[in-house]
Write a new protein. Sequence first.
Length: 475
Amino acid sequence: MSPAKISPIPSGIAIPDEVRTRYGTLRFFDGMPDEATAKTLFDNLDFQRASQAYQLGLAPVAIAAMRDALLEWGPANGTLVIWEDLVYPRFIGPVYNTSTSYSYAWLDLHDGPVVVEVPAKVYGFVNDSWCRWVVDVGITGPDEGRGGRYLFVPPDHTGEVPDGFLVVRSRTFGIWVGWRGFRDEHGDPHPAVEMIKAHTRIHLLSQAADPPPTRFVNASPAPMCATAPADDRFWEMLHEVVEFEPPESADPLTLGMFASVGIQRGKPFNPDERMRAILSEAATIGDATARAVTYRYRAPEAYCYPGSAWRLGILGGYSCTENGVLLLDSATALYFLVAGTSPSWDQKMVGTGSQYAVANVDATGAPFDGARNYRLHVLPNVPAANFWSILVYDTQTRSMLQTDQQWPSVTSQDADLTTNEDGSVDIYFGPEPPTEGRNWIQTLPGKGWFAMFRLYAPLEPWFDKTWRLSEIESA
């Protein structure tokens, strides 16, 4: 060919015949990969997509784990599971507290709209199957704590909606509804529980003329697991969610990532031996990555104070977004650690809602060691109108640390809380109780832990940081 007919190729377009990479040497003939190179690249591509699908799947699988746990107690659309005697450490579920009585229900809107009569004076929220916030109920919801009749409408509903309801239109058929009742002035959770049972009703709208009785189940006494798995079962549960929900309820990119690893609505999930091995490894790496992101968070702005170990509950708000951009690490940490979301958890709502701070390491940056002793000095005048608490959690399960103690917590509601003369409180962590004070949380040699500090009805000094949460130090 005449040189006059050849256009020069600008640099950066052509690929050399050999390229050395972390995957080995890749070989090409004039830009065409050889068979071995193509296999290496496809294995890598499938693994990368599976790893990202795992991160994107953390949210729906977390909700699916709760769904499965709740449905063990009774059918959807008519069962309210209540931790009447508070949550005990034998419940394996992410970062629950020991101060409020939880009430949860699972709704399946495939049979039409569902009525949920929410009682007064509770604090709750609703998430859909993709772990997206739908609405708050109770104190921070549209009923403003007075109680209300909510009607949850499915995405395909075309019929009329009757008057007299707080109408909530869902993008998914699966809905997780939950709220918390508070202890009375004597520290007793049972008056709130009885009020909840007296005023909660859950039934299909089609049953409104003669609604069946709502079934109330006390989950406090029994062991239970609502923490998502991180093995091959993860992919099976993800497939269940994709199969259960309409494609338009999620974004095409996320569903495309799932489809790239064989999880697609209307198709069986049956990976071959090669793909099953890739998915298994991706789940292992995905879980390990979620732990690194959560426990060793990299963004400085995620921490409460410069140089502090205390991290904000959620970076980027309840949706983990900033200027229209999804903060991927924040989303991973949220769904791995908390498995739910609500604006009331992080927005500035002085005198209502709640705020959270998490410490995964001590004041020196070292992971907490269950064989060592630590102390937290809580300064006077904690800016919480209702109460504050600190709990210790298991770094494996993200659930309460199981020890000889009834609960791994110290709260301002504890009858035996010991305060110093200036109103401050010293809290001790370690395998043996301290010689002074009663504010002790037991830890176990050979086990790690992390701590979460909660403020219910936080006040302005928390937000403007004129009151500061001290670091947990070796004692």
